[in-house]
Design a protein around this ligand. Sequence first.
Ligand SMILES: *Cc1c(COP(=O)(O)O)cnc(C)c1O
Length: 397
Amino acid sequence: MSEKFTGVFTQQEPIPEAGIEAALAVLRHGRLHRYNTVSGEIAETALLEEEFADFTGAKYCLAVASGGYAISTALRAAGVRPGDPVLTNAFTLAPVPGAIASLGAVPLFVGVTEQLTIDLDDLASKAGQARVLLLSHMRGHICDMERLMAICDAAGVKVIEDCAHTMGASWNGIASGRHGLAAAYSTQTYKHMNSGEGGFLVTDDEDLAARAVILSGSYMLYERHRAAPGPEAFERVKYVTPNISGRMDNLRAAILRPQLRDLAKQLDRWNERYRTIEDGLRGTPGLTVIERPAEERFVGSSIQFILLGWSEEKVAEVVRRCAARGVELKWFGEGEPKGFTSRYDSWRYVDAPRMPSTDRILRGLLDMRVPLTFSLDDCALIARIIRAEVSAVHQAA
Ligand SMILES: *Cc1c(COP(=O)(O)O)cnc(C)c1O
């Protein structure tokens, strides 16, 4: 009898009791809108921004309606205009090129390496063609950030970081999101904190922060923010910055504040699970584990491995056999996007040339979520199943 896994890959943990209590308090007083406060009250949203700024070490933080909104707002506030080319990862998820397209700007894709990070040689060769890079730390893999910043600084390219998968991660001791001009995070259900929908924008740049607050729909109530620049910064931008509403509300902020207090502990729990799966997979014939660089403190909320050089039929066979034993793998190389899209060629609103070396990696790239509802025993079982099925298909060559 072969073992089967019966857990659910999309089941997150419940909201902590403190978050439920705080949410009930907001529901009871009814002041959900972030600027709806009584005299002397500080809104949950403003407190959350202050706490998240602290957590990242950024000067300014703005809480917004989604991660995708945080990205498009960062791009807009950084001066991206319709028609501008914006460099970005060929391997990322749909909201990333989508944020660029939402401004009428044009994604210019940069390839991926076998470490699943942005190809810095490809970036260096294209850096002269754009003034902004939207860098996606896709699936939590962080590239050599010193080299990336050197390339971008030399070419005068501003860096906006998409940290949807690196909230709480760092490179060489610097928090992810703190190398570039600004960074965006998501608090959507499948990320590192869960408010259903939500996001953050952080930056040290006073003008960018002021523009972002006005863009988000602050109705000139910016003085109620506690992680925003002073009134002089707003005076400079308030008449020339449109309102494109995308605020966070106090209910979500109330749910998130206790989660932020627990985040460091949660990151350790993710990494225990990640290492258990990785240990179980390492050494499987035909399977390449992604070795994590020593400089990277990552968050193992998902795991990837590559079946490099395998035929499509055989990768499909592995996915099918694992699914039959309860293990849900996402195949980034699959021809038809299902349930998600992560390949540059599924975004046909962009006129992108083929990228053969990126195609080669994506063709064999498999991905799996690691929700905290899985125990370490679950993780060991999942690894045994993947190992057995990859080995079986590999041997049947
Ligand atoms: C989830 C995600 C986003 C956007 O987050 P939303 O909150 O869903 O808008 C951006 N980039 C990546 C890589 C993501 O996975």
